[in-house]
Design a protein around this ligand. Structure first.
Ligand SMILES: [Zn+2]
Length: 412
């Protein structure tokens, strides 16, 4: 295959449709994809992975609404600096509400909903929540440019002394997730403000936040490049860059240190000295939006997801009708263990044709007369390896073990 054909085959829109993961309908609207059952499995598994990783890292999850009063975004600064990317407000009686362009203001309100002591810090609030961006229809396509975004977001409210360690821990969480998902960071970027009125004006705030992010990158030993004009309007950020098979770069994960929003929302905590202090907000996203993350996973794995993410993990293929019952029993046992397993029986074609049809399924178990008589299954891995005939109990233990471990290795 030449580069161009290769690139086309890897396009997540084509693959997404071919694999039955997601699609769009002009009547739902451009940039508003829907998820089919297999795509929903991948998305749900990814979301659970992230929530689990965050819980282990000391985050607490919240829910907040995808709508907010216009006033909320006037306070946060979104209305002044980000309005072009927001949907127009909806009038509701005397109020104006907008689809939120970010989760940060909601989390700031949750933080200040009660008085906070320094003993509670760092307070790590996480949410996988919807936000909206009024993308122009000309740039929409698949899952990478969408108008409704589901962001893996979190805000760490902490003291100034804790900010570098928290941002660094977030970078580590990102690195671990990339290893488990089989994706690669092509580079780290320190994104700084550019010219123009897009950014809040407070040189001291920018200088301090940028200095801390440089410290984070130095401590983590990560090489990085600086880019002007790529910062958030309220502060600089570390962007973790990925590349698609055509080497087009985009940002998946971000870590930011923010002095601006805590001031705008007048956040504080009571210190050990009994006085009020201003916390710092570390904004971070491990996998960015689930839309962009799944688009990238589809492309880099060409549909062959790591086993723990795969819509179907194990397919059982009886050679003939006579093996239908032991094959069905193996599927039932796999389902009872929490694995995603399916049967591909002789009614679906020759054994060769069935094996070709399930080539993206990580584990394939063939049961012929010899295997059925001995309680075995002939195991084939998606990558071409043939571990051979195994007792079905051993097979299930191996597969369940690999799936529970997450990561990208198919076999021990
Ligand atoms: Zn934020």
């Amino acid at each position: 295959m030449n580069g161009k054909a290769d690139e086309k085959a890897m396009d997540h829109r084509r693959l997404g449709r071919a694999l039955g993961l997601f699609d769009t309908d002009p009547l739902m609207g451009a940039g508003l994809p829907y998820w089919l059952p297999d795509g929903a499995v991948v998305r749900h598994t990814l979301e659970e992975y992230i929530r689990d990783a965050e819980r282990r890292a000391g985050y607490r999850h919240v829910y907040s609404p995808a709508l907010g009063k216009r006033e909320l975004y006037e306070i946060s600064g979104h209305w002044d600096h980000y309005r072009d990317d927001m949907y127009p407000p909806m009038r509701l009686g005397a109020e104006e509400v907008v689809l939120r362009p970010s989760l940060c203001p909601h989390h700031a309100l949750i933080y200040r909903s009660r008085s906070r002591s320094y003993r509670e810090l760092p307070l790590r609030l996480a949410e996988l929540g919807a936000m909206h961006r009024a993308e122009l229809s000309g740039v929409l396509g698949g899952l990478t440019r969408v108008r409704a975004i589901h962001l893996n977001d979190a805000h760490v409210f902490c003291t100034l002394d804790q900010a570098v360690a928290e941002a660094r821990a977030a970078l580590e969480l990102i690195a671990r997730a990339y290893a488990d998902l089989g994706i690669e960071a092509v580079r780290h970027r320190l994104s700084l403000p550019g010219a123009g009125g897009k950014y809040v004006a407070d040189p001291e705030l920018w200088r301090r936040a940028t200095g801390l992010l440089r410290e984070v990158l130095a401590e983590a030993g990560v090489a990085y490049e600086e880019a002007e004009g790529e910062a958030a309007f309220y502060g600089p950020k570390i962007d973790v860059q990925i590349a698609d098979p055509a080497s087009r770069e985009s940002t998946l994960s971000t870590v930011q240190i923010d002095f601006h929003q805590p001031a705008r929302f007048d956040l504080h905590y009571v210190g050990a000295d009994g006085a009020k202090h201003r916390p710092v907000m570390v904004h971070r996203s491990v996998i960015g939006s689930v839309e962009r993350a799944v688009a990238h996973l589809v492309e880099v794995h060409a549909g062959a997801f790591p086993a723990w993410l795969a819509p179907v993990q194990l397919v059982v293929l009886p050679v003939a009708e006579e093996q239908a019952e032991p094959a069905a029993a193996l599927v039932r046992e796999a389902l009872a263990l929490g694995l995603r397993a399916e049967l591909a029986g002789p009614g679906e074609g020759t054994l060769g044709a069935r094996i070709r049809a399930v080539r993206l399924v990580p584990y394939q178990a063939v049961i012929g007369a010899r295997e059925a008589g001995a309680g075995l299954a002939a195991v084939r891995l998606r990558d071409g390896r043939r571990p051979g005939a195994l007792p079905v109990g051993d097979l299930l233990r191996r597969v369940a073990g690999r799936v529970a471990a997450r990561g990208t290795a198919l076999w021990d």
